[in-house]
Design a protein around this ligand. Structure first.
Ligand SMILES: [Zn+2]
Length: 160
């Protein structure tokens, strides 16, 4: 785990995230994100992304970005994974691992989810406990609670 993971967060937050991480097979999740990144369809941005989403009961769904000649139709890796899982009946999720970099390159940067994907996560996940893992490799990654990436987010709870 990279140093920044500990450095830029307060102790209490760290302990909570570390506790939540125990229920997540982090290395496996990152490996599956890296694997599916290899089949990403990104002929326009040439930026390939792979994501692996783990459900509440431990099933893992992979997703890659799927672009389109009509650019706005493109779908991100994270949403591909979510939509696959949701369309098979899953509504509970623990964590998602995300890997991305320019096509043809090894992952050499942390690829954070776009705003649209953060909002989709907000629809199905508890922002306090859902973990977003941005990874370069299975030994170099950062972990965030969704709430940190989408503070004061608007979700289903607002409509109750
Ligand atoms: Zn996105």
């Amino acid at each position: 785990m990279k140093k920044e993971f500990v450095k830029d967060k307060n102790e209490e937050m760290n302990e909570r995230l570390i506790e939540l991480l125990r229920a997540v097979p982090v290395k496996d999740l990152i490996a599956k994100a890296l694997e599916v990144r290899m089949i990403a369809y990104a002929p326009y941005s040439h930026y390939t992304v792979g994501a692996a989403l783990i459900t509440g009961d431990g099933k893992i769904y992979q997703g890659c970005n799927v672009e389109n000649a009509s650019y706005g139709v493109s779908n991100c890796a994270e949403r591909t994974a979510f939509f696959k899982a949701v369309s098979e009946g899953y509504r509970q999720f623990r964590a998602i691992a995300i890997t991305g970099s320019p096509e043809g390159h090894l992952v050499d940067q942390y690829a954070f989810p776009c705003g649209v994907c953060r909002q989709v996560m907000m629809e199905f996940c508890d922002p306090e406990s859902f973990l977003v893992i941005v990874a370069k490799s299975d030994s170099d990654y950062k972990v965030y609670a969704l709430k940190e990436l989408l503070p004061e987010g608007f979700g289903p709870g607002n409509l109750e």
